[in-house]
Design a binder for this molecule. Structure first.
Ligand SMILES: Cc1ncc(COP(=O)(O)O)c(C=O)c1O
Length: 411
């Protein structure tokens, strides 16, 4: 059965901030927020702000809302069980907590592999484990293809490898990495895989089970929700971790043992609006089946639309001899998300971005905390890259407006 196409007017009406005239193309920095999410946060705060766990009706009802939110997040990421879902303020802080929980189990000589394409959130916390004797190796980007080669990983893996930490999609290169293939290789030597999906989750329906990862993390403020984040941890690993909570919160109390201070109730509840939205989009497309199948239909339609927009911009950039695209030069067959980074000759990247500011187009420049990637590619001297990051709610007209103004400054 063929589905309807994406109705951008209906989509954009879901995001009140999009009515303000700005062309939002800094979505990998933070996406716009759904009205449905804001309504839920507000509703929770105004009707359910009581402490959980008491026997009176309001406390019981609030507790049920927070649990329902956890179930919704489990559904969104396809977690096998909702008590494997750890929530917290940000990906960076969840990664920090997670590696603190791993710390007592680190033995001298344990090998950890990180990449030099990741955001620092999935590098620095692993580096800290060197204090306990871990040896950190770096899986380096291939400078010609700007990819992480599996053959290079194979050379780094040994029976001593305990963890590989990598990104599902780079927040600069936009490349989607074959995490399931990496997982197989890592598991074959007895190691585990931790995946940062912050730059991936706004563009593809997350499936933690299909990813093959043992730990999988991303932030909701990039996925149309609030400043809040989730980490899924594979069950036997989760149970084996020590508690980071009070001494009387035991290791079997999952996921609370990794949520000292507890989750944020209203933001958890707000995140349910993301599921509502995706299922609603699936329905408007005419998708049948389960809620997850409807969410999948929504993301499939997002991908088609995003690829169209990305290819329009990339076509323009490919025709400019002074432009170097830092990542795949084409938006085809699922190889990249529409996060497009480039440099213009030796020009400071800031100059391009400042010009766009004058025209109400929100893009940005810098290293985006993927500092090691920008440094290894020798791009720090010009202030890093210009980054245009597209979301499914962007329009062809917005990309054309961007191209018009880029054309004024790129020869
Ligand atoms: C790929 C990637 N990982 C991690 C992070 C950090 O996320 P948070 O701000 O939630 O700590 C970001 C933020 O931009 C990111 O782009």
């Amino acid at each position: 059965m063929s589905l309807n196409s994406l109705n951008l007017d209906l989509i954009r009406a879901e995001f009140p901030a999009l009515q303000d005239g700005c062309v939002y193309l800094d979505n990998a920095g933070g996406s716009q927020v759904l009205q449905r999410v804001a309504d839920r946060v507000s509703d929770y705060l105004l009707t359910s702000s009581v402490q959980l766990g008491a026997s009176y009706t309001q406390s019981q009802a609030a507790g049920e809302r927070v649990l329902a939110a956890r179930r919704a997040v489990a559904q969104l990421i396809n977690a096998p069980a909702d008590d494997e879902v750890v929530m917290g303020g940000a990906t960076t802080s969840l990664m920090f907590l997670f590696t603190q929980a791993l710390l007592p189990g680190v033995r001298p000589g344990d090998e950890i592999i990180v990449t030099n394409t990741d955001h620092e959130a999935n590098i620095g916390c692993w580096m800290r484990l060197r204090g306990a004797g871990a040896v950190v190796k770096v899986w380096e980007v291939n400078h010609q293809t700007l990819e992480l080669d599996l053959a290079d990983l194979d050379r780094l893996l040994t029976p001593k490898t305990t963890w590989v930490a990598m990104t599902h999609a780079s927040n600069i290169l936009g490349t989607v990495n074959p995490v399931a293939e990496v997982a197989q290789r890592v598991h074959a030597v007895g190691g585990r895989l931790c995946v940062d999906a912050v730059a991936y989750a706004p563009h593809r329906l997350v499936d933690v089970q299909a990813s093959g990862a043992d730990a999988y993390v991303f932030s909701f403020y990039k996925v149309f929700g609030p400043h809040y984040a989730v980490m899924w941890i594979q069950r036997s690993l989760l149970l084996a971790l020590p508690s980071l909570n009070h001494y009387f919160i035991g290791t079997d109390v999952v996921p609370y043992k990794l949520q000292p201070g507890n989750v944020n109730y209203e933001l958890s509840y707000g995140c349910m609006g993301i599921n509502d939205y995706l299922v609603h989009v699936g329905n408007t497309l005419g998708a049948a089946g389960t809620e997850r199948q409807k969410m999948q239909a929504a993301f499939d339609a997002f991908e088609v639309h995003e690829n169209l927009l990305a290819e329009r911009l990339l076509t323009f950039l490919r025709h400019k001899p002074s432009v170097r695209v830092i990542g795949h030069r084409e938006a085809t067959d699922g190889q990249r998300v529409p996060t497009i980074a480039f440099t213009v000759g030796e020009q400071p990247s800031e100059a391009i971005v400042r010009h766009m500011d004058q025209h109400g187009i929100g893009i940005r420049f810098g290293d985006f905390y993927a500092k090691r990637l920008i440094e290894t590619l020798g791009l720090h001297a010009q202030g890093g890259v210009v980054r245009v990051s597209i979301a499914h709610y962007n329009t062809v007209g917005e990309i054309d407006r961007l191209i018009t103004h880029l054309d004024e400054v790129i020869k």
